[in-house]
Design a protein around this ligand. Structure first.
Ligand SMILES: NC(=O)c1ccc[n+]([C@@H]2O[C@H](COP(=O)([O-])OP(=O)(O)OC[C@H]3O[C@@H](n4cnc5c(N)ncnc54)[C@H](OP(=O)(O)O)[C@@H]3O)[C@@H](O)[C@H]2O)c1
Length: 296
């Protein structure tokens, strides 16, 4: 497939969800990929190597290892690890900043940062404001940079937000009012858009792509799962107090605010026309109703 970049594309976080999807998409384009990993012996790192991905061992607190790993690459994308406490938020900023600095040092021709929706404003969400700081550092670095801002991953509906089956009914619960739409994107499409930017197949207008594949209220999300299962479905809005920490509470408060403003769903589709809406994601992942049903 045609690409406009020479040199390997470096990916930080390649053993995780977003980075893994970027690797998948890059390999689909037959690009050379270099994964920056902290443990080249982990099962996930070895699985990447088995698919022809080069491994470069790095330590986020060792700038020389990062710069060496980025030498001669044609492009670089990075995400920053999940933060569940203010200490981890500080660590997130340290890692993002170190990666940008290493890209400057190595003279990387194009960098893509996998940020988060809303990072262009003060949200009061610590692990979103951290990404705003990293975006700012990237802008000030002088690097040619693009930013993709992901909304909630649809994959959350296969884990932390998985609907349940109760008395023959699909039940979805989220700490989000029932009249507010949740903005979402599949991890596969984050990978495809990021790869298209890295390979020069697409350009981000204004340097930013907001990754919104769908936006649906809780009742409509529940209905989409119910339709797939052929079962009735209902949504239950939970209070924020069910969340385990203040970071998540702030995040769902921000989701409720952001959901009041409809998004333009076309920019992401102009880069990846096959971007999935939730119903397509449900079909593509082969989701089936859970079998560990309560009372059914
Ligand atoms: N979940 C959502 O709905 C959502 C939506 C928008 C944005 N986000 C943001 O997405 C980010 C998480 O992305 P993800 O789900 O793709 O992450 P993930 O699946 O948890 O993967 C984390 C990756 O980072 C690597 N990593 C972590 N700490 C590292 C370190 N100190 N040095 C080197 N590598 C390190 C991990 O490597 P190992 O394999 O070695 O552990 C792994 O490759 C968070 O910043 C979150 O705020 C999430």
């Amino acid at each position: 497939m045609h690409t406009r970049t020479t040199g390997a594309i470096a990916v930080f976080g390649a053993t995780g969800q977003q980075g893994g999807a970027v690797v998948d998409a890059l390999l689909d384009h037959e690009a050379r990929v270099r994964a920056l990993v902290r443990n080249p012996h982990s099962d996930r790192a070895r699985a990447l190597a088995a698919r022809g991905v080069e491994l470069a061992t790095v330590r986020a607190d060792d700038p020389a290892s990062l710069t060496a790993a980025l030498a001669t690459v044609g492009g670089f994308c990075f995400m920053t690890p999940e933060a569940n406490s203010l200490e981890e938020v500080e660590e997130e900023v340290r890692i993002g900043t170190a990666l940008v600095d290493a890209a400057v040092e190595a003279g990387v021709p194009h960098v893509v940062f996998n940020s988060v929706f809303g990072a262009d404003r003060e949200s009061g969400v610590p692990h979103h404001d951290s990404k705003q700081s990293i975006e700012q550092h990237l802008r000030q670095s002088g690097l040619r940079a693009s930013v993709v801002r992901a909304t909630a991953f649809m994959e959350n509906f296969a884990s932390v937000l998985a609907p349940s089956l109760e008395h023959g009914e699909i039940v979805l619960r989220m700490p989000l009012p029932e009249d507010v739409a949740l903005k979402m994107i599949s991890v596969r499409d984050i990978g495809r858009v990021t790869a298209a930017l890295l390979l020069g197949i697409a350009e981000a207008t204004g340097g930013v792509v907001e990754l919104v594949g769908d936006e649906l209220t809780g009742p409509r999300i529940a209905a989409a799962f119910g339709a797939r299962a052929g079962l009735p479905a209902r949504y239950e809005a939970l209070p924020l107090s069910v969340l385990p920490n203040d970071l998540d509470k702030a995040m769902f408060r921000e989701f409720a605010e952001a959901g009041k403003h409809p998004s333009d769903l076309t920019p992401v589709r102009s880069i990846e026309p096959a971007t999935m809406d939730l119903a397509e994601w449900i079909r593509a992942t082969g989701w089936t109703a859970p079998t560990n049903a309560a009372g059914s």
